[in-house]
Write a protein that binds this ligand. Sequence first.
Ligand code: ZN
Length: 491
Amino acid sequence: MMNAFNDLMAFQRETEALAQVAGRLGWDQETMMPRGAAEQRGEEMAALEGVLHARRTDPRIGDWLAAAKAPDAAGARAVELIGRAYRRTALVPARLAAEIARVTSLAQGIWAEARARDDVALFLPTLERVVALIREKGQALAEGGDAYDALLEDYEPGATGAALAAMFAEMRPRLVSLRAAVLGAAFQPAPLQGRFAPEGQLALARQMADAFGYDWGRGRLDLAVHPFSSGSGNDVRITTRTNEGDPFNCLYSTIHETGHAGYEQAIDPAHLLTPLGQGVSMGVHESQSRIYENQIGRSRAFTGWMFARMKDTFGDLGLADADAFYAAANRVHDGHIRTEADEVQYNLHIMLRFDLERDLIAGRLAVADLEAAWNERFLKDFGHAVGRPSQGMLQDVHWSAGLIGYFPTYSLGNLYAGCLHQALRRDLPGLDESLARGDASPATGWLRARLQQFGGLRPPEATVEHACGFAPSAGPLLDYLDAKFRAIYRL
Ligand code: ZN
């Protein structure tokens, strides 16, 4: 029986290694690949995906799972995770999986064109097909249970639509009222203005990654259109972008991706190339990027250091002092775009998407009525209208890619970051003195010791509870946002 366990883990290790190769091809495609290689790369990726699919559905896995006897808790957890993935793969008919892959890969191109042309009608027939296929997948996975809950398992195991709806119901009234108070305040911080050379931004971005302990010996920083991080273990790469008018975009994207990458770099090497060797869920992953980006990276102490580094690099910034810089880095402004949203408004963007996609999967909302439902809800929560579809339901790639159930993990990440920040401040009373010197290592050390090193050892919520010493809830995030933004806006 020990042989079955060892055989299973050896087989899994090779699958994980191949999956890392696929991920690295994806990284290459977004950073280095010559344009002319696109078609050939598609064929290369499809070949590798075919190999991976065959391995993930290999009937020997079923035999090994039935006989495997894990030697310890980590081994038992690995067997559990392999078993779950194997059962879920088996529940989705091969015909359906292939059709989803085919339709979503076409849909992303159609979505991009529809967004560029602001033409919802161009996208609707494709989106209808995607939603129908993903609903069918959810129903197959749910085995009579709730289809949306079954889809959530891909991104946030253990989360349910009902629990997330309750979380959002608690958050929404406080966020709506904080948003109104902040935008209506007499004092409004000045934005950062000017032109900032890309070379200077990238040099600063490297200093930001340094401040949070990114390991350059096992990673690298490159440019990409949409920043992301990629890889696990000893090869975890980050990307960023520069916008001459908005250096915060580059710096905070870099800090955000450093959070994702730092999590992967910190996982116990004993878990390398096992199901425990990567971040446990999208929500927990996002908590690591958000706490770096927002609670720490946009703190008064850290922005004080950032202000001095910005002046070293770019000269006078046209802002009176470090307090003005702190306010500029946290400025709340009206907008339509989720990815450009500030801490106060971000979760409102997610709630809107969560409610709509849950209704789509439940069949309570028709794709044909999605645009009207989006625009009505946006007006209600944000107080201003959606001007054109690219500011509304066409702004995000997720639905075209079949990623339904993904959006709420962003807010869960924010909620977890709020809890982790409260616990971390409890344990590190002198943190601000370090942050003011551009040294986030006490926070990074705390996160590594309490959360990151364990990878997938515990389920997502238990991972956060173990780190904090209390059960996660929305309270810490909401209290933090209230205190921070009421002070900045002098309310
Ligand atoms: Zn992220």
